[in-house]
Design a protein around this ligand. Structure first.
Ligand code: HEC
Ligand code: HEC
Ligand code: HEC
Ligand code: HEC
Ligand code: HEC
Ligand code: HEC
Ligand code: HEC
Ligand code: HEC
Length: 466
C-alpha cells in the first residue's frame, strides 16, 4: 500500500516536472522562479504566498500546471484556464474517481433539477458569483458544455471546497470546520448538531484529538472521497418492509411529485435515481449502513450502536406519520376545490416548489417538511437531543396543528382560495367569474414575461460565447 503510494507520488512528481517544463513561461527551478510567480508577487501576493506554502509547490509544480500558459500579461488575462476536477485527475485519479461516485459531484445537477431554483430571479441564482444555492452547490460538477464555453468563469474546480486554493492542504480538509460553510442552517444543520453534541463537545474540550469522531471520520471513511449516506438528505428509501411506514412514505413521495395521484411513478423518479436522492435497493442501504456502523464500533459496543441506529430509524418513522397527515389535509383542500390546482402541479401540494407556493398553508407544509422533519431525523442520527426534539419533532407537532386549524378556517371561508402573493409557479387564481378571467390574463402576462427573459438570456449567452 505504502509502496504503491510512493510510486504514484513519484509518477505525479514526474508529471508535474514534465508539465512545468513543457509549458512556456513556467520554468520553475530551485533558483529561478517562474514568470507567473514573479509577476503575481506584485499582482496577487497572497496567492503566491499560499501557493509557495503548499505541498504541491514543494513538489515542483507551478501556476501553469493548473492555469496553462496562454496568459502572460495583463492584456490576455481571459486566456488563463480555470481548473475543473479534470485538471487534477491526471495526478489524483483516485480522489477524482471517488468524488464522482459520491454525492458531492451531483450537487450542481441536483440544484438545477429543483423547480424552486428555476423560479428564482437571475440575480438570486447568481450562477457565476455564487451568492445563493449556487454558493454551496458548486461543490458539484458543471455540465461539460458550460465549462467548455467558459460561461462560468469561476467556481468550476469543486475540489477546492474542502482544501482551499492555493494552499491545497490535506490537514485543512481534515478539520470538521472544512464542512461548516455548507453543512449548516435551515435544512441541514449538521455543523450545529455535531458541534453541540457530546462528540463535538469532547472534540472542542480536547482541542482536536481522536477521542471523539469528526465529520470526516464518519463520512469520508478511511479518506475516501465518495460521500453518501444510507437515508440521504430527504430520509427516503425504497423498498420498505414496514407497511404502515410505506403508506406514509407513499404520501410523502406524492407530495414530492415522485408518485402521482394513483401512486404510479412520474418523470421525477428519474431525477431521484439519477441524482441518487434515495437508496433504491435494500442492499445499497444496508452496505452503506454497515460502513458507518463500523466507525461507531471503534468506540462503542455493537449492541449499543445497533440500539442507537434502530432508535433513529423509528423516530424517522414517527416523523413521517405526522408529515403524511399534513400532506393529506392539504391534498383534501385541493380535492374539495378550496385550493385550486395550479398549472404543472400533478398531485396537490408540491414540496419541490419550496417557498414559491401561493398559500401560507403550503409554505407551512414546506417548512414542516424541510426544516423540522429534517432536524428530527438528522438530530437523532447526530446524537443531538436538542435538535431532534426542540428544533425537530416538537415544531413538527406545532406545524401540524397550524395546518389543521388553517384548513378549518379556509373551509369556513367557503370559496376556492387561489394562490396569493408573488408571481410564483402557481400564479394567482381566483374563485370564479371575474377573478377567473383575471387569472387567465395573469397567466398570459407571466408566460410572455418568461419568454422575454428566456430570449434575453439566450441572447446574452450567445454574445458571451461569440
Ligand atoms: C506580466 C504580469 C503577469 C504574468 C507574467 C502572469 N500574469 Fe496572471 N495575471 C496578471 C494580471 C495583471 C492579472 C489580472 C489580475 C487582477 O485583475 O487582479 C492576472 C490574472 C491571472 C489569473 C486570473 C484569471 C481570471 O480570469 O481571473 C490567473 C489564473 C493567472 N493570472 C495565472 C497566471 C499564470 C498561470 C501565469 C504564468 C503562466 C501568469 N498568470 C503570468 C499578470 C500576470
Ligand atoms: C501534475 C500533477 C498534479 C496536478 C495536476 C495536481 N496535483 Fe495535487 N499533488 C501533486 C503531487 C505530486 C502532490 C504530493 C505533494 C507532496 O505530498 O509532497 C500533490 C498533493 C496534493 C494534495 C495533498 C496536499 C497535502 O497537504 O498533503 C492535495 C489536497 C492536492 N494535491 C490537490 C490537488 C487539486 C485539488 C488539484 C487540481 C485543482 C491538483 N492537486 C492537481 C500533483 C498534482
Ligand atoms: C461547498 C459546499 C460543501 C462543502 C464544503 C461540503 N459539502 Fe457535503 N454536500 C454539499 C452539498 C451541496 C451536498 C448535496 C449534494 C447532492 O446530494 O446533490 C452535500 C452532500 C453531502 C453528503 C451526502 C448526504 C446524502 O445525501 O447522502 C455528505 C455525507 C456530505 N456532504 C458530507 C460532507 C463532509 C463530511 C464535508 C466536510 C469534510 C462536506 N460534506 C463538505 C456541500 C458541501
Ligand atoms: C448553505 C449551503 C446551501 C445552500 C444555500 C443551499 N444548499 Fe442545497 N444542499 C446543501 C447541502 C449541504 C446539502 C446536503 C445536505 C444533506 O444531505 O443533509 C444540500 C442538499 C440539496 C438537495 C438534495 C440533493 C440530494 O440528492 O439529496 C437539493 C435538491 C438542494 N440542496 C437544492 C438546493 C436549492 C434549489 C437551493 C436554493 C434554493 C439550495 N439547495 C441552497 C447546501 C446548500
Ligand atoms: C493545483 C492547481 C492550481 C495551481 C498550481 C494554481 N492555481 Fe490558481 N486556482 C486554482 C483553483 C482550483 C482556482 C479556483 C477555480 C474556481 O473558481 O473554481 C484558482 C483560481 C485562481 C485565480 C482566480 C481566483 C481568485 O481567487 O482570484 C487566480 C488569480 C489564480 N488562481 C492565480 C494563480 C497563481 C498566480 C498561481 C501560481 C502562484 C496559481 N493560481 C496556481 C488552482 C490552481
Ligand atoms: C468533502 C471535502 C473534500 C472534497 C470536496 C475534496 N477533498 Fe480531497 N481530501 C479531503 C480529506 C478530508 C482528505 C484527507 C483524507 C485522509 O487522509 O484521511 C483529503 C485528501 C486529499 C488528498 C491527499 C491524499 C493523500 O493520501 O495524501 C488529495 C490528493 C486530494 N484530497 C485531492 C482531492 C481532489 C482532486 C478533489 C476533487 C475531486 C478533492 N480532493 C475534493 C476532503 C475533500
Ligand atoms: C459519529 C459519526 C458521525 C459524525 C461525527 C457526523 N455524522 Fe453525519 N451522519 C452520521 C449518521 C449515522 C448519519 C445517518 C446515516 C443514515 O442515513 O443511516 C449521518 C448523516 C449525515 C448526512 C445526511 C443527512 C443527515 O443529516 O442525516 C450528512 C450530510 C452528514 N451526516 C454530514 C455531517 C457533517 C457535515 C458532520 C460534521 C459537522 C457530520 N455529519 C458528523 C454520523 C455522523
Ligand atoms: C472515536 C470514538 C467514537 C466514535 C467513532 C463514535 N463515538 Fe459516540 N461517543 C464517544 C465518546 C467518547 C462519547 C462520550 C461518552 C460519555 O458520555 O461518557 C460518545 C457519546 C455518544 C453518545 C451519547 C452518549 C451519552 O451517554 O450521552 C451517543 C448516542 C453516541 N456516542 C453514539 C455514537 C454513534 C451512533 C456513533 C457512530 C455513528 C458513534 N457514537 C461514534 C466516542 C465515539
Amino acid at each position: 500500500m505504502k509502496g504503491k503510494l510512493t510510486f504514484s507520488i513519484a509518477i505525479c512528481f514526474l508529471l508535474g516536472l514534465i508539465f512545468a517544463g513543457f509549458l512556456p513561461g513556467s520554468q520553475a527551478t530551485a533558483q529561478n522562479e517562474s514568470e507567473c510567480i514573479t509577476c503575481h508577487r506584485d499582482e496577487s501576493p497572497g496567492i503566491v504566498d499560499q501557493w509557495l506554502s503548499s505541498a504541491m509547490s514543494g513538489a515542483g509544480l507551478d501556476c501553469a500546471t493548473c492555469h496553462g500558459a496562454n496568459h502572460m500579461d495583463e492584456n490576455d488575462v481571459d486566456e488563463a484556464l480555470i481548473p475543473t476536477p479534470d485538471t487534477c485527475a491526471p495526478c489524483h485519479n483516485a480522489q477524482v474517481t471517488q468524488y464522482r461516485e459520491g454525492k458531492h459531484a451531483l450537487a450542481w445537477a441536483a440544484m438545477e433539477a429543483m423547480p424552486a431554483w428555476s423560479h428564482l430571479p437571475m440575480a438570486v441564482q447568481s450562477i457565476d458569483t455564487y451568492k445563493s444555492c449556487s454558493g454551496c452547490h458548486k461543490v458539484g460538477e458543471k455540465p461539460a458544455e458550460i465549462v467548455e464555453a467558459q460561461d462560468l468563469p469561476y467556481g468550476t474546480a469543486a475540489c477546492n471546497s474542502c482544501h482551499t486554493r492555493h494552499a491545497f492542504s490535506r490537514e485543512e480538509a481534515l478539520q470538521p470546520q472544512a464542512c461548516l460553510p455548507c453543512h449548516q442552517g435551515f435544512d441541514h444543520p449538521q455543523w450545529e448538531m455535531w458541534s453541540t453534541s457530546k462528540h463535538g463537545v469532547i472534540y472542542d474540550i480536547d482541542g482536536g484529538g481522536d477521542r471523539a469522531p469528526t465529520c470526516q471520520d464518519c463520512h469520508l471513511i478511511d479518506g475516501t472521497h465518495t460521500n453518501i449516506t444510507p437515508w440521504g438528505f430527504l430520509g427516503l428509501r425504497l423498498p420498505e418492509e414496514d407497511e404502515e411506514w410505506m403508506a406514509d412514505r407513499a404520501v410523502i413521495l406524492q407530495g414530492l411529485g415522485v408518485l402521482d395521484d394513483n401512486g404510479d411513478p412520474t418523470a421525477r423518479l428519474d431525477i431521484v435515481s439519477g441524482a441518487k436522492v434515495a437508496r433504491l435497493t435494500a442492499e445499497e442501504f444496508n452496505t452503506l449502513r454497515a460502513g458507518i456502523v463500523s466507525v461507531c464500533e471503534q468506540c462503542h459496543s455493537a449492541d449499543y450502536v445497533a440500539g442507537q441506529m434502530q432508535a433513529s430509524d423509528q423516530i424517522l418513522k414517527e416523523a413521517d406519520d405526522l408529515m403524511a397527515e399534513a400532506i393529506l389535509i392539504i391534498k383534501e383542500l385541493y380535492n374539495d376545490g378550496i385550493l385550486e390546482l395550479p398549472e404543472g402541479y400533478e398531485f396537490g401540494p408540491d414540496l419541490l416548489q419550496f417557498f414559491s407556493t401561493g398559500s401560507a398553508i403550503e409554505q407551512e407544509l414546506f417548512v414542516m417538511f424541510l426544516e423540522y422533519r429534517n432536524r428530527t431525523f438528522m438530530g437523532a442520527f447526530h446524537n443531538n437531543p436538542d435538535y431532534m426534539w426542540w428544533y425537530g419533532y416538537a415544531p413538527m407537532q406545532e406545524s401540524l396543528q397550524n395546518i389543521r386549524d388553517e384548513a378549518v378556517a379556509l373551509r369556513s371561508d367557503g370559496g376556492a382560495v387561489g394562490p396569493q402573493g408573488p408571481p410564483g409557479p402557481t400564479g394567482p387564481a381566483g374563485p370564479a367569474g371575474e377573478a377567473a378571467s383575471l387569472w387567465i390574463i395573469w397567466v398570459v402576462a407571466a408566460a410572455a414575461a418568461i419568454a422575454l427573459l428566456v430570449s434575453l438570456y439566450v441572447l446574452m449567452m450567445r454574445r458571451k460565447t461569440s
